[in-house]
Design a protein around this ligand. Structure first.
Ligand SMILES: Nc1ncnc2c1ncn2[C@@H]1O[C@H](COP(=O)(O)OP(=O)(O)O)[C@@H](O)[C@H]1O
Ligand SMILES: [Mg+2]
Length: 455
């Protein structure tokens, strides 16, 4: 078995891996009584918030959460975003998760309510069942292909070669760059069971093939599945999840093509009410015919204290609509003015909205918790760390911030690799932390040298 803490340092696979900083989170890590297991599903500590989130998930699953939302309040780096993602994972793997920062509503191109409406409709899934031609099997080999581009100086991802196996069949496929991208972002590895749509190229990671556990934390992190039987290429009943926004965009594009040649721009523009009405009608028809079902997702709005009254009133109406997603607001502010007013309110949120929110708080982590989170991240990014390096990163996490410590992993890996090492050691982390500063330090420096810097 290779990779992980027991593995070796090696150059990144052909394409730079883009693993999101939350990719290690698989769920809330609760036991059957809803109690948080200290370390589970990629989450560490923060037990009370996780248990509260578990209760919310239960209420949502019973269909009794409409008209309400939750607010996660806590200092930076205490897992507010992580918790929101865990809630979405817990609601089911097809559950849409949409994250925006409240500042995004003040865009130049679109009205505030349009930005919110689009985010809102992206957070509502429509599950459609249909017969498709797919390639399905366990990944027996996977190689990324690099190529040169006329427009970009570094090697770019040109595609991938993959061998898929079932208990009865084996097939080698050469894939284009779009599909290779998906394999990377889904973090597909040898031993994973995947399915590729023959027409659209959409990739789905189904789970880990039985008996081919991946890494230290595998056991509780990955769903294990049987190796499929029959041919690799086959017709199969598959479920696809679109969002209401996808449907809006496709209808807007059809309409635009009919009237002008600007169909391609449709998704960038504002979508008019008429288009949304047609999208809703299309969906209602599918629902009535039993061909589709609605999957309410999670709409996460970070830095919610930046929202203004217009945005809050939109949200309050939206929370009551027929197919509302779960709205999760997050903030690290206490008492503060509601944006655009002189009214001071808790978390900068108007009272009437606060009344409809269940509030969950997150607290700073202990050193042991920070250490465990860094260990999980290192494992996720496949960066072997010496015990000393891990201890130093834990100290850095305590003194500076968790996010900074997590961010030092990749530079430390590069520094260690340059020296031909198989593991990141303490000195590599030291060097990385000398080269890159944390946000607090960069602000202090900017203020100290304020006169010399552009304002
Ligand atoms: N309890 C936790 N268990 C595992 N990873 C966590 C936990 N809390 C935070 N993280 C990870 O630490 C980093 C910072 O957390 P984040 O969710 O961005 O904090 P916040 O949103 O409160 O600023 C992210 O990579 C996140 O996934
Ligand atoms: Mg966050």
């Amino acid at each position: 078995m290779s990779g992980g803490l027991s593995g070796e340092l090696r150059p990144r696979a052909a394409a730079a891996r883009r693993v999101s900083i939350h990719s290690h989170i698989r769920g809330l890590g609760l036991d059957e009584n809803g109690k948080a297991i200290k370390i589970a599903d990629g989450l560490v500590g923060q037990e009370k918030a996780r248990e509260a989130a578990g209760v919310v998930v239960e209420i949502v699953k019973q269909g009794k959460f409409s008209g309400r939302g939750i607010l996660i309040a806590g200092p930076p780096g205490t897992g507010k975003t992580a918790l929101a993602i865990a809630i979405a994972r817990e609601l089911g793997e097809d559950t849409p998760f949409v994250a925006i920062n409240a500042s995004e509503i003040y865009s130049v191109e679109k009205k505030k309510t349009e930005v919110l409406m689009q985010a809102f409709r992206k957070a509502i899934g429509v599950k459609v069942r249909e017969q498709r031609t797919v390639y399905e099997g366990v990944v027996a080999s996977l190689k990324y292909l690099r190529g040169r581009s006329a427009f970009y100086p570094y090697p770019v991802l040109a595609g991938a070669e993959i061998t898929l196996e079932t208990t009865d069949d084996s097939m080698k496929l050469t894939l284009g760059p779009e599909i290779a991208e998906q394999l990377i972002s889904l973090n597909v590895k040898k031993g994973d069971v995947i399915m590729i749509d023959a027409d659209t190229g959409a990739v789905r990671r189904i789970g880990r093939a039985k008996g081919r556990a991946r890494r230290t934390f595998d056991v509780d992190l990955y769903r294990t599945v049987e190796i499929p039987s029959g041919p690799v290429k086959k017709r199969k009943d598959v479920v696809r999840v679109f969002t209401l926004h996808d449907i809006d965009v496709s209808i807007a594009a059809q309409k635009a093509v009919a009237t002008s040649l600007l169909g391609l721009l449709a998704s960038e523009r504002e979508i008019d009410d008429e288009v949304r009405r047609r999208a809703d009608e299309t969906v209602k028809k599918l629902l009535d015919e039993g061909k589709a079902e609605i999957v309410p997702g999670v709409l996460f709005i970070d830095d919610a204290h930046i929202l203004d009254l217009e945005a809050f009133s939109f949200l309050s109406k939206a929370m009551e609509s027929e197919f509302a997603p779960l709205i999760v607001l997050a903030t690290n502010r206490g008492m503060t003015k509601i944006r655009g007013t002189d009214i001071v309110s808790p978390h900068g949120i108007p009272r009437d909205i606060l009344d409809r929110l269940l509030i969950v708080t997150t607290r700073p982590y202990t050193r042991d918790e920070i250490k465990a989170i860094i260990e999980i991240r290192a494992d996720e990014e496949e960066i072997p760390l010496s015990e000393d390096a891990l201890e130093l990163l834990a100290d850095i996490g305590v003194e500076k911030s968790l996010r900074y410590a997590v961010q030092l992993l990749e530079p430390s890996r590069v520094i260690a690799m340059r020296k031909g090492k198989t593991k990141v050691e303490r000195e590599d982390v030291e060097e990385a932390s000398r080269l890159f500063v944390d946000v607090k330090t960069s602000v202090e420096l900017a203020e100290k040298y304020g006169d010399l810097m552009l304002r």
